[in-house]
Design a protein around this ligand. Structure first.
Ligand code: PEP
Length: 250
Protein backbone atom coordinates (compact mmCIF):
# COMPACT_ATOMS: atom_id res chain seq x y z
CA UNK A 1 0.00 0.00 0.00
CA UNK A 2 1.18 3.56 -0.26
CA UNK A 3 1.97 5.17 3.06
CA UNK A 4 0.69 8.76 3.16
CA UNK A 5 2.49 10.99 5.68
CA UNK A 6 2.51 11.41 8.58
CA UNK A 7 2.81 7.68 9.24
CA UNK A 8 1.80 7.07 12.85
CA UNK A 9 1.84 3.51 14.13
CA UNK A 10 0.93 2.23 17.59
CA UNK A 11 2.57 -0.86 19.07
CA UNK A 12 0.30 -2.06 21.86
CA UNK A 13 2.85 -4.70 22.91
CA UNK A 14 1.45 -7.28 25.40
CA UNK A 15 -1.34 -4.98 26.51
CA UNK A 16 -5.07 -5.17 26.12
CA UNK A 17 -7.77 -7.68 26.90
CA UNK A 18 -10.64 -7.84 24.41
CA UNK A 19 -12.75 -5.14 26.06
CA UNK A 20 -9.83 -2.70 26.29
CA UNK A 21 -8.56 -3.36 22.77
CA UNK A 22 -12.00 -2.93 21.27
CA UNK A 23 -12.61 0.27 23.25
CA UNK A 24 -9.30 1.71 22.04
CA UNK A 25 -9.99 0.70 18.43
CA UNK A 26 -13.51 2.13 18.71
CA UNK A 27 -12.20 5.45 20.01
CA UNK A 28 -9.76 5.65 17.08
CA UNK A 29 -12.46 4.74 14.57
CA UNK A 30 -14.52 7.67 15.84
CA UNK A 31 -11.63 10.05 15.24
CA UNK A 32 -10.68 9.05 11.70
CA UNK A 33 -12.49 7.06 9.06
CA UNK A 34 -10.24 8.13 6.23
CA UNK A 35 -7.04 9.51 7.73
CA UNK A 36 -5.13 11.99 5.54
CA UNK A 37 -1.91 10.26 6.58
CA UNK A 38 -1.33 6.66 7.66
CA UNK A 39 -2.60 5.39 11.00
CA UNK A 40 -1.94 1.84 12.10
CA UNK A 41 -2.27 -0.26 15.24
CA UNK A 42 -0.42 -3.42 16.23
CA UNK A 43 -2.56 -5.20 18.84
CA UNK A 44 -1.57 -8.47 20.52
CA UNK A 45 -2.17 -11.36 18.09
CA UNK A 46 -5.21 -12.47 20.08
CA UNK A 47 -6.98 -9.22 19.17
CA UNK A 48 -6.00 -8.75 15.53
CA UNK A 49 -9.19 -10.24 14.12
CA UNK A 50 -11.57 -8.45 16.50
CA UNK A 51 -9.75 -5.10 16.19
CA UNK A 52 -9.78 -5.45 12.41
CA UNK A 53 -13.55 -6.01 12.52
CA UNK A 54 -14.01 -3.03 14.84
CA UNK A 55 -12.03 -0.88 12.38
CA UNK A 56 -13.93 -2.15 9.33
CA UNK A 57 -14.93 0.76 7.13
CA UNK A 58 -11.97 2.86 8.27
CA UNK A 59 -8.58 3.03 6.59
CA UNK A 60 -6.71 2.41 9.84
CA UNK A 61 -4.20 -0.40 9.34
CA UNK A 62 -4.02 -3.42 11.61
CA UNK A 63 -0.74 -5.27 11.98
CA UNK A 64 1.06 -8.01 13.85
CA UNK A 65 3.90 -7.39 16.31
CA UNK A 66 6.08 -10.23 15.03
CA UNK A 67 5.90 -13.39 12.93
CA UNK A 68 7.77 -16.65 12.45
CA UNK A 69 10.08 -17.09 9.46
CA UNK A 70 8.08 -20.12 8.21
CA UNK A 71 4.48 -20.35 7.09
CA UNK A 72 3.57 -23.52 8.98
CA UNK A 73 5.09 -26.40 10.89
CA UNK A 74 6.00 -27.75 14.27
CA UNK A 75 6.75 -24.44 16.00
CA UNK A 76 4.67 -24.46 19.15
CA UNK A 77 3.42 -21.07 20.21
CA UNK A 78 4.54 -19.26 17.06
CA UNK A 79 2.44 -17.37 14.54
CA UNK A 80 3.26 -17.49 10.86
CA UNK A 81 3.08 -14.56 8.44
CA UNK A 82 0.42 -16.42 6.46
CA UNK A 83 -1.67 -16.76 9.63
CA UNK A 84 -1.36 -13.04 10.30
CA UNK A 85 -2.50 -12.26 6.77
CA UNK A 86 -5.30 -14.81 7.07
CA UNK A 87 -6.75 -13.08 10.13
CA UNK A 88 -6.66 -9.68 8.48
CA UNK A 89 -3.28 -8.17 9.34
CA UNK A 90 -1.83 -6.10 6.52
CA UNK A 91 1.55 -5.30 8.01
CA UNK A 92 3.97 -6.66 10.61
CA UNK A 93 6.70 -5.30 12.89
CA UNK A 94 9.94 -7.21 12.56
CA UNK A 95 13.10 -6.80 14.63
CA UNK A 96 11.59 -4.84 17.51
CA UNK A 97 14.21 -4.32 20.19
CA UNK A 98 12.16 -6.27 22.73
CA UNK A 99 12.61 -9.29 20.46
CA UNK A 100 16.20 -8.59 19.40
CA UNK A 101 17.35 -8.07 22.97
CA UNK A 102 14.70 -9.77 25.10
CA UNK A 103 14.53 -12.90 22.93
CA UNK A 104 17.97 -12.87 21.30
CA UNK A 105 16.74 -12.52 17.72
CA UNK A 106 19.74 -11.93 15.47
CA UNK A 107 20.04 -10.22 12.09
CA UNK A 108 19.90 -13.52 10.16
CA UNK A 109 16.61 -14.53 11.75
CA UNK A 110 15.20 -11.05 11.25
CA UNK A 111 16.17 -11.16 7.56
CA UNK A 112 14.39 -14.51 7.17
CA UNK A 113 11.28 -13.13 8.86
CA UNK A 114 11.30 -10.13 6.50
CA UNK A 115 11.41 -12.44 3.46
CA UNK A 116 8.66 -14.65 4.85
CA UNK A 117 6.41 -11.70 5.67
CA UNK A 118 6.79 -10.07 2.27
CA UNK A 119 6.25 -13.48 0.67
CA UNK A 120 2.95 -13.82 2.56
CA UNK A 121 1.83 -10.47 1.18
CA UNK A 122 2.34 -8.48 4.37
CA UNK A 123 3.98 -5.08 4.43
CA UNK A 124 6.93 -4.83 6.82
CA UNK A 125 8.11 -2.34 9.41
CA UNK A 126 11.76 -3.22 10.03
CA UNK A 127 12.87 -1.93 13.43
CA UNK A 128 16.54 -1.03 13.88
CA UNK A 129 18.42 0.79 16.60
CA UNK A 130 21.55 0.85 18.70
CA UNK A 131 21.91 -0.05 22.38
CA UNK A 132 23.02 2.53 24.90
CA UNK A 133 26.55 1.05 24.97
CA UNK A 134 26.78 1.29 21.19
CA UNK A 135 25.49 4.87 21.34
CA UNK A 136 27.99 5.91 24.01
CA UNK A 137 30.93 4.19 22.36
CA UNK A 138 30.35 5.70 18.90
CA UNK A 139 29.24 2.41 17.33
CA UNK A 140 25.73 3.52 16.47
CA UNK A 141 26.26 3.94 12.72
CA UNK A 142 28.08 0.64 12.38
CA UNK A 143 25.25 -1.15 14.17
CA UNK A 144 22.60 0.44 11.96
CA UNK A 145 24.61 -0.28 8.81
CA UNK A 146 24.77 -3.99 9.71
CA UNK A 147 21.08 -4.22 10.68
CA UNK A 148 19.96 -2.57 7.44
CA UNK A 149 22.32 -4.49 5.16
CA UNK A 150 21.15 -7.76 6.70
CA UNK A 151 17.41 -7.23 6.49
CA UNK A 152 16.45 -4.78 3.73
CA UNK A 153 15.88 -6.99 0.69
CA UNK A 154 16.16 -5.77 -2.89
CA UNK A 155 12.41 -6.20 -3.31
CA UNK A 156 11.67 -3.72 -0.53
CA UNK A 157 9.73 -0.81 -1.99
CA UNK A 158 8.22 2.36 -0.60
CA UNK A 159 4.79 0.71 -0.88
CA UNK A 160 5.59 -2.43 1.13
CA UNK A 161 8.40 -1.53 3.52
CA UNK A 162 9.05 0.98 6.29
CA UNK A 163 12.08 1.37 8.52
CA UNK A 164 11.63 2.38 12.15
CA UNK A 165 14.69 3.81 13.88
CA UNK A 166 14.27 3.03 17.57
CA UNK A 167 17.29 3.59 19.81
CA UNK A 168 17.02 0.80 22.39
CA UNK A 169 17.84 3.23 25.19
CA UNK A 170 14.94 5.50 24.23
CA UNK A 171 12.20 2.86 24.24
CA UNK A 172 9.92 3.23 27.23
CA UNK A 173 12.50 5.31 29.12
CA UNK A 174 11.25 8.85 28.59
CA UNK A 175 14.64 9.71 27.02
CA UNK A 176 15.08 10.67 23.38
CA UNK A 177 18.02 11.68 21.21
CA UNK A 178 18.16 15.41 20.39
CA UNK A 179 16.35 16.70 17.33
CA UNK A 180 19.74 17.13 15.59
CA UNK A 181 20.75 13.57 16.42
CA UNK A 182 17.48 12.13 15.11
CA UNK A 183 17.85 14.19 11.90
CA UNK A 184 21.45 13.04 11.37
CA UNK A 185 20.58 9.40 12.03
CA UNK A 186 17.59 9.43 9.69
CA UNK A 187 19.79 11.02 7.00
CA UNK A 188 22.35 8.27 7.58
CA UNK A 189 19.64 5.59 7.31
CA UNK A 190 18.35 7.05 4.05
CA UNK A 191 21.90 7.03 2.62
CA UNK A 192 22.36 3.38 3.59
CA UNK A 193 18.95 2.52 2.10
CA UNK A 194 20.05 4.17 -1.15
CA UNK A 195 22.90 1.65 -1.32
CA UNK A 196 20.43 -1.20 -0.94
CA UNK A 197 17.20 -0.34 -2.79
CA UNK A 198 16.11 1.96 -5.60
CA UNK A 199 13.04 3.02 -3.62
CA UNK A 200 15.14 4.66 -0.87
CA UNK A 201 14.17 8.31 -1.56
CA UNK A 202 10.45 7.55 -1.09
CA UNK A 203 10.73 4.92 1.64
CA UNK A 204 9.13 5.92 4.95
CA UNK A 205 11.56 6.17 7.87
CA UNK A 206 9.90 6.38 11.28
CA UNK A 207 11.36 7.43 14.61
CA UNK A 208 10.39 5.46 17.73
CA UNK A 209 11.31 5.81 21.38
CA UNK A 210 9.39 7.79 24.04
CA UNK A 211 7.30 9.79 21.56
CA UNK A 212 4.55 11.66 23.41
CA UNK A 213 2.12 14.45 22.57
CA UNK A 214 4.59 16.92 24.14
CA UNK A 215 7.55 16.07 21.85
CA UNK A 216 5.71 14.85 18.75
CA UNK A 217 5.62 18.06 16.74
CA UNK A 218 9.35 18.76 17.04
CA UNK A 219 10.16 15.17 16.08
CA UNK A 220 7.70 15.04 13.19
CA UNK A 221 9.13 18.27 11.75
CA UNK A 222 12.63 16.80 11.38
CA UNK A 223 13.66 16.24 7.75
CA UNK A 224 13.69 12.53 6.85
CA UNK A 225 11.30 11.71 9.72
CA UNK A 226 8.24 10.47 7.85
CA UNK A 227 6.36 9.32 10.92
CA UNK A 228 6.63 7.70 14.32
CA UNK A 229 6.25 4.28 15.94
CA UNK A 230 4.70 4.68 19.37
CA UNK A 231 4.55 2.26 22.28
CA UNK A 232 3.19 3.53 25.58
CA UNK A 233 1.38 6.60 24.25
CA UNK A 234 -0.50 4.51 21.68
CA UNK A 235 -2.57 2.93 24.45
CA UNK A 236 -4.45 6.19 24.96
CA UNK A 237 -6.58 7.16 21.95
CA UNK A 238 -6.34 10.89 22.72
CA UNK A 239 -2.55 10.83 23.06
CA UNK A 240 -2.20 8.72 19.93
CA UNK A 241 -4.43 11.09 18.02
CA UNK A 242 -2.61 14.23 19.32
CA UNK A 243 0.69 12.80 18.10
CA UNK A 244 -0.84 12.16 14.67
CA UNK A 245 -2.38 15.65 14.60
CA UNK A 246 0.99 17.16 15.63
CA UNK A 247 2.37 15.79 12.37
CA UNK A 248 -0.41 17.47 10.38
CA UNK A 249 -2.63 14.39 10.20
CA UNK A 250 -6.36 14.89 9.97
C1 PEP B 1 8.15 0.85 20.93
O1 PEP B 1 7.98 -0.09 21.69
O2 PEP B 1 8.26 0.64 19.71
C2 PEP B 1 8.24 2.19 21.50
C3 PEP B 1 8.68 3.15 20.73
O3 PEP B 1 7.86 2.33 22.82
P1 PEP B 1 7.68 3.72 23.63
O4 PEP B 1 6.94 4.69 22.74
O5 PEP B 1 6.88 3.34 24.83
O6 PEP B 1 9.05 4.22 23.95
Amino acid sequence: MSFAKPIVLGNWKMNGLKSEGLALAGALAEKATKPSGTLGVFPPATLIDSVRRRLEGTEILVGGQDCHDRNSGAFTGSISPLMLADCGAEIVLIGHSERRHGLNEDDDLIARKVHAALGAGLDVVLCVGETEDEYLSGKQQERLRVQLAAAVPEIAGSDNFLVAYEPVWAIGTGRTPSVDEIGATHGFIRERLAELVSSAPAMGILYGGSVKPSNASEILLIPDVDGVLIGGASLDANDFWSIYAAGGGT
